[in-house]
Structure formats: C-alpha cells, structure tokens
Design a protein around this ligand. Structure first.
Ligand SMILES: Cc1cc2nc3c(=O)[nH]c(=O)nc-3n(C[C@H](O)[C@H](O)[C@H](O)COP(=O)(O)OP(=O)(O)OC[C@H]3O[C@@H](n4cnc5c(N)ncnc54)[C@H](O)[C@@H]3O)c2cc1C
Length: 556
C-alpha cells in the first residue's frame, strides 16, 4: 500500500495500515512534520460526553446545518460517531490535549457548534497531533520517501496500481507499484493570491486523480476564513473568538449581532466572512479590514490559550493583541471540494482512495465547521486504510504500469526540453489574480464567466508554452513549482466552472445574482470531469444523502 502525503490524514492512514499488518510506505514532497497540518491552531471536534447536552447526533446536526445541507448525512454521521473513539486513540498514544482542572480533556466553543466540543492543545493543536502520529510511524517502522513528488496515478484496466514519483534529489522518475494508493495531499489554497495555507497546498492529489479520470466534487465551495492578517494572509484562529474575542467595525460596534442575532461572532465561517466583507464594502472598515479585539480576555488567558497567534500578529503587524485590536479580513482557507469518495474514502477507481483535505467525502458540504477538518483527517485517514486493508487481501498482484512511467517521462521531458516561453510563476500569478478578483466571497455571473475564460486561457498557455528555466536534476524547484501550477490550474478551472453553473447561494458560495438557496434545483453535488482542453464537463448525477435532518432555513 502507498500513501501519498505525510500530513495528518496520510500518517493516520499509514499507522492504521501498519497496525493492520500491511506493507505500507509514505511518499511525501516534504518531511511529514512540515505538512500544513502542523499549522492547525484551534482544535479538533468530538462529542466526548463531557456535557449533558452534547451527543454525536448533536455534532452531526451542527455539521449538516453548517454544510448548508449539502453534506451527505451518512458520511457526516460516520465522522461524528467515530470522533470520540479517535480522540481517545490519540490520547492513548500520548497526544497532549489541554485539560480541565479535574483532568478531563478541555473543549472550547467554536463557530456553528451548539455546545463547546473542540478539543485543543493551546493554539498549536495540529503540531501536537502531527508529532504524536510521527512517533507512531517510527514505532511501526513505516518507510517514508520524503522529497519525492508524486506526478501521476497509474490506472490500468480500470484499477489503480500505484503512482509515478519524481525523486527531487536526483531528478529520476520512479514507478511505485501498489495494490492500494491513498491520496492525502492536502488542500488547494494556493489557487488564491493570499491564503492561510502553506506553500505546498497546491491541489496535487486533486490534479493527479482528476487527470486519471476521477471526478472532483463540489469544487465551487471554497472557505474564506473570517480572521486572517492583511499583511501576509496568516490565520488568527477561530479559537480566539471561541475564547471570547470580539469583532469590531470602524465605529467600534460589535457588528456580528446584526447578522447572527443568537451566535454573534460564533456563527459559522461563511456567515461571519460575508458580514465582515459587507461591513468593509459599506465603508465601515479600516484600511480594508475589521478588528479582532482580544484585549478584554486579559494577558494571562491570551498567554495561556492563544500564545502563538499573539506572536504571529506581533511579528506581522507590530501590534500586541494584549494591548491593541488586530486588523483582520477574510482569506482563502479551506478547500471543501476535492476528490470524490464514498464514506470509506474509496474513489470510483478500485484501489484508489483519498482522505483529508484533498478528498471530498462529503462531510463539509458547502461550508466546513471549524475543528471538523482535523477530525476528518484522523477519521477518514483511518477509515480509508481499513477499507484498503480489506481490498488488498481480496485482489491478486498488480502489474507495474510501465505505460504510465513512459508517459510521465515524455511529459516531464517535454516540459524540460522547451527552450523558451512563459515561466510558470507568471502563469500562476495570472490564475491567482483572476481567482482572487472573481471567485471570492461575493460572486456573480459576469465575474465567474471572466474567471472561467481567464483560467481556460492560462490552461492553454501552460500546455503550449510553459517554460522551466532550470534544467538541473537536483532539487529543481522551478520544475516542481511548474508541476504544482499545472494542478492548481485544473483545480481553479473546476472551481470557477462549478461556481458559475450553480445559480444559487449556499454556504460559502454567495451569488449576488442568485441570493437564495434553491433546494428544488440545487440540492445536489457537482461532479467535474476533466476535459483535455477548456472547462470540465459538469454532471449532477450524485444526489445528496439525507437521513435524519430535512433541510431547513439556516440561521445563527
Ligand atoms: C493555518 C491553518 C490552521 C488550521 N486550523 C485548523 C484547526 O484548528 N482545526 C481544524 O479542524 N482544521 C484546521 N485547519 C485545516 C486543517 O489543518 C487541514 O485541512 C488539514 O490539516 C489537512 O491535512 P491533510 O493531511 O489532508 O494535508 P496536509 O497536512 O496539507 O499534508 C499534505 C501532505 O501531502 C504531501 N504532498 C502534497 N502533494 C504531494 C505530491 N505531489 N507528492 C508527494 N507528496 C505530496 C505534503 O508533503 C504533505 O505531507 C487549518 C488549516 C490551516 C491552513
């Protein structure tokens, strides 16, 4: 079995596979503990039963409501039901969670949650879990091929048989044959000019699966996090509002109660981001920002619970959150869309799985709740490995896909052979600019049509003209960056085309020309199938699974 990616989803999958006796390896373009998961701040949701009013059903309901009813309810229930068990699994393997005075795991309030259920380790939760899993990899002796960049998926006779990876140390393309392949390559925030995501969140797994004929689902739903720094896009965790921070406009008003009378600052992210942007557009912002005010929490609480974001804000803005409010604005944060899977992480191609942010299991629908993504990585990392363990027992050997290797040698060789043209960073910049201008918080047909046209043109320029100046074989970041740009272009085009076709407002997609949610026509998933040139073919054959909760009007 091979796992592509060493973030939380990839490591959790590999540990489950190793515990189950599989011969498993991880391929990662960087050292696993440098994965973006390590930047996760606020926490991980689970109905641990510490509060009478909480239950896995309440967690499922909040998740489905947060998704604006687009999540598949069986998948959401599977995630929320597994959550307490997975937190205990982590705890038993040494994960250090923050605690209540009586020793139980502490939980903080988070946006869109009916009750405080977000477990955390101060504001460095992702890093703490990442190191816990790394220790488990060491314990089982899981082999990690780091600085290997996966470029393609091998599918022969309709069945997955491994991947091709580019060895960044010597420039070789190598075939990795495996009965089961699990993609855990993270998100696609780098479609936008500014994002909270790391530089490696470049849609690689999505692009690879998509090229191999697997559809991307619901790509139009991109989450814009309400509190990011203007200077560098860095995140100020929702945990700050969870701990009681306020959002203020230029008049010093706590404006959120005008938009979400019950929940205020702790409404779900799409609601808070739209409210902030509305205030800014109405001229009640300050230099294009609103303010995150933590002063009243006091020095002690800030230093104990939110030390990292205080430092990040101080470094970037020169402002100390203990003494001054921090200017913030919404920024690209989380890719709800991704590789279509079922609730076991299985794609349509036998032997190919996806877990974590690159996947769309359909637990987040049109808007993800804070704290549910770390949970998704752990739950569906484990579940995809469980399914894959079963699958590899049932099938015979797979043959090495020499054809895929030869294709990749040709493709990458052609890119390197070109002696002039447009350099990939310029193409990426053009894509970033149109995505940021036309597929941000508020969207309309004219803007989305422009985004589709612009990115289609970038696609064409890339295919005909992309130029990699560096021809070296060792750590050729120019080449790797170009391949990442290739994947980002495909993801962007799927996003823009899906958003344009969806003539309604739901969750993170707010259309000024179609301001209402339209269940009669749009309570369905978007499947995007890659076309060799131009926008994807869109198909709506996958219905939303509704089990317990009928769609209602969503208010906070
Ligand atoms: C700043 C920030 C804070 C967040 N805070 C929270 C939070 O508090 N709670 C929460 O629930 N969620 C949070 N999220 C979201 C959550 O952290 C991510 O969705 C999640 O960690 C993604 O994990 P992953 O394992 O899917 O991917 P990642 O952690 O991004 O890992 C991807 C891995 O894939 C590898 N990879 C990628 N492409 C290739 C390739 N072509 N070849 C080989 N390897 C490849 C990379 O090397 C990396 O190891 C936050 C996100 C950000 C950006």
């Amino acid at each position: 079995m091979v796992v592509i990616g060493g973030g939380l989803a990839g490591m959790r999958a590999a540990v489950e596979a190793a515990e189950g006796g599989a011969d498993v390896a991880i391929i990662s373009k960087m050292h696993p503990v440098r994965s973006h998961s390590g930047a996760a701040q606020g926490g991980i949701n689970a109905a641990l039963g510490n509060r009478e009013e909480d239950s896995t059903t309440a967690h499922t309901f909040d998740t489905v409501k947060g998704s604006d009813y687009l999540a598949d309810q069986d998948a959401a229930a599977a995630m929320c039901d597994d959550a307490p068990k997975q937190i205990i699994w982590l705890e038993h393997r040494g994960c250090i969670f923050s605690r209540l005075p009586d020793g139980r795991i502490a939980q903080r309030p988070f946006g869109g949650a009916g009750t405080p259920r977000t477990c955390y380790s101060a504001d460095v939760t992702g890093l703490v879990i990442l190191h816990t899993l790394w220790e488990q990899l060491e314990r089982f002796g899981v082999k990690v091929y780091e600085e290997y960049f996966c470029t393609a998926l091998a599918v022969d006779d309709g069945v997955g048989s491994g991947v091709v990876a580019y060895n960044m140390r010597n420039g070789d393309l190598e075939l990795v044959t495996a009965k089961a392949t699990i993609f855990a390559t993270g998100g696609a925030g780098r479609m936008y000019l500014k994002t909270t995501n790391g530089y490696a969140s470049t849609a690689d797994g999505m692009g690879i699966a998509y090229k191999a004929g697997i559809p991307l689902m619901d790509m139009e739903f991109m989450q814009f996090h309400p509190t990011t720094l203007k200077e560098n896009g860095v995140l100020m965790t929702e945990g700050a509002r969870g701990e009681g921070a306020h959002l203020l406009n230029a008049l010093g008003e706590r404006f959120m109660f005008n938009y979400a009378p019950n929940k205020g600052e702790l409404a779900s992210r799409d609601v808070v981001s739209r409210a902030e942007w509305t205030e800014i557009l109405a001229g009640r912002g300050i230099d294009g920002c609103v303010l995150l005010d933590m002063r009243h929490l006091g020095r002690e609480k800030i230093l104990e619970r939110l030390p990292q974001i205080r430092e990040l804000a101080l470094d970037a803005t020169g402002k100390d959150a203990i003494e001054e409010p921090i200017p913030i604005l919404p920024g690209a944060h989380y890719t709800m869309g991704g590789i279509e899977t079922d609730k076991w992480g299985a794609t349509r191609v036998p032997g190919v799985y996806a877990a974590g942010e690159c996947a769309n299991v359909s637990v987040h629908g049109a808007n993800r709740l804070g704290g549910n993504s770390l949970l998704e990585t752990i739950v569906f990392g484990a579940r995809s490995a469980t399914h894959a363990l079963d699958y590899i027992k049932k099938i015979g050997d797979v043959k090495p896909s020499e054809k895929t290797l030869a294709n990749e040698r040709d493709r990458v060789g052609a890119l390197l052979a070109r002696t002039g043209g447009t350099r990939a960073p310029a193409l990426r910049r053009a894509m970033n600019e149109t995505m940021s201008a036309n597929t941000f918080i508020f969207r309309d047909d004219a803007g989305l049509a422009k985004a589709v046209d612009d990115v289609t043109l970038v696609r064409k320029q890339f295919d005909e003209d992309a130029y990699v100046m560096d021809k070296s074989k060792t750590f050729n970041t120019d080449l790797v960056g170009a391949m990442e740009t290739d994947f980002l272009i495909d993801a962007s085009l799927a996003l823009a085309a899906g958003a344009r076709a969806r003539t309604e407002s739901r969750g993170a997609q707010a259309r000024t020309d179609y301001p209402e949610r339209d269940d009669a026509n749009w309570l369905k998933h978007t499947l995007a199938w890659r076309q060799p040139a131009g926008p994807p073919r869109l198909d709506y054959s996958r219905a939303v699974t509704i089990t317990e909760f009928d769609p209602q009007v969503r208010t906070y």
